[in-house]
Write a protein that binds this ligand. Sequence first.
Ligand SMILES: Nc1ncnc2c1ncn2[C@@H]1O[C@H](COP(=O)(O)OP(=O)(O)OP(=O)(O)O)[C@@H](O)[C@H]1O
Length: 603
Amino acid sequence: MAQLLIYVKKFHAFAGPRLYINQLGMMLSSVLDGIGILLLIPMLSLLGLKGAEGSPSSYFAFILGRLRHLSDSLQLSVIVGLFMVLLVLQASMQRYLSHRSISMEQQFIRHVRTEVYESLLFANWPFFLTKRKSDFTHAMTQELPRISYGIFTFLQIITTFVYTAVQIGIALWLSVTLTLLVLLCGLMLGMISRRSVARSRACGNEATTLMQSYMAGMTEHFQGIKEIKSNMSENRHADWFRSLCLRMERNMVRFSHLQADSQYFYKLASGVCIAVFLLCALLVFHVQTATLLLVVLICSRLWPKFSALQTGWENLAQTLPAFQTLADLQKQAEGSREFDLHELELAPGADRSFRIQQGIECRSVSYRYDLQSSSYALSCVDAYIPAHHMVAIVGKSGAGKSTLIDLLIGLIQPQQGEVLVDGMPLRECSAMFRSAISYVPQDPFLFHMSLRENLCMGAPNATDDQLWEALRFSAADEFVRQLPDGLETMLGDRGVRLSGGERQRIVLARAILRKPSVLILDEATSALDSENETKIQEALERIRGSMTVIVIAHRLSTIRTADHIIVMEKGAIVQQGSYQLLAHAAGGTFSELINYHDRALQI
Ligand SMILES: Nc1ncnc2c1ncn2[C@@H]1O[C@H](COP(=O)(O)OP(=O)(O)OP(=O)(O)O)[C@@H](O)[C@H]1O
């Protein structure tokens, strides 16, 4: 419930006075509706119903007094006309108010959707390391519509509640005893529905967990479809899917049965209540026929509202877990907020063309992914990467190379020590520094867009000449010219229409197009043949001195021309120096790596 209140408060802050205007309108519409019903008294009186000329009609003494000089049929026509005017007014008002509330709800949902998306987008890297990506997809695609439905239901409950309160007020005005009797029945029905509300909530919790598994499974299975096929594990996955679908089906059936059962008991209890009510009214309280008729009329209109309140409450209970999931996710994302790119763009003097002048320094940095664990991915690393130089980081798999890069980029913060850029702590200039970096990861990612759009992501105003120059740099120009639509070729989901090496070259072209101050290549040429790798080596030689280049490579031929090499082992730097120096240091990790490399080439 607390999570629902968070969103109700948000909605209140978002809608402001519009919310009150709507509720006031609803109240007015209910009053008009009530007056319409009360007008039935003079109508019934004129039609000669016994008892209708009694006390309730005195409320209309003013109207009736004015009409007295008219014939009965004319009086009836005027009152029926008045009734019709009220009806049209009330219906038009209700239509207008429901249009208003629907747009208000949809605007709010758009607001929440954008807010959640941005909170995820601007969260820092460690936040993403601890979460399943499918949970984000689940939150955005499944939980948001549930929240939208929950908010809609909540507003409906409020509207129904206001309507009910006004109508009860009118009924009380007509007969306090009868209305209290009706309310007592309503209260009893409310008690009956309490259990089903609790069960609905439990069903909602289970639905959330099942849907999360479903989304996680779908994302993983289709991303790993090649692994599934090559390991022939289709049957195992199909079994998992069938069992999950069965549990989802049972959950939905249970919820529907719950609703049907509660409506069944509700109807039975309502029948008993109505019978008791009529007997008490006529035999115990001896109520006038017209008053009884009006109270019954009001209550017969209120009864479906009571029922709507109960069903709405159950539906709301079913959506509550979604409020919880989304509020938790958003809270965690906001708690892990990195710099805000909007702020960066709006900040006066924000320097998008920052260039490093001296170098990047790691001063005794240590980092571990799991704070409970005693094993460090990096421990006490001291390194210096001078500006405009080409520095290579080498080491066996798991040595900590990528972690060191993540620290240098500012994606993760060291738990001990600090990273300095031109002598300035990185945490003070991380946004500015990040905008000056181009990073080409191990697994290059292309979006389902045209080649041109993929290239222009970091440089939206790049000209065709600049695009071709970048493609030439990454030795991709030849194969791009042979693509059916050249730069306009659609690349398919994650760029699957290209080979691994082609994808690497496109991502490299994209990185160079931004004209970065620091270019980071994390195994960026691992999928290339020797010919294309040599072309890229030559291109890197041409830009030597104009930008700082950091290269991670397992293939040692790639880093032969590096100015400086950092050798890592088990999270620590074990050697540093030029290629020649390290290659001749007998017994060192680097010469060991060279030996492995040479032996692999001979095989
Ligand atoms: N997200 C993570 N959560 C927990 N541990 C991690 C995570 N990423 C890396 N590690 C651990 O940190 C250590 C260093 O990993 P890192 O990826 O930096 O190595 P690497 O030298 O880049 O390896 P490779 O050459 O195989 O890419 C490894 O022991 C690895 O298991």
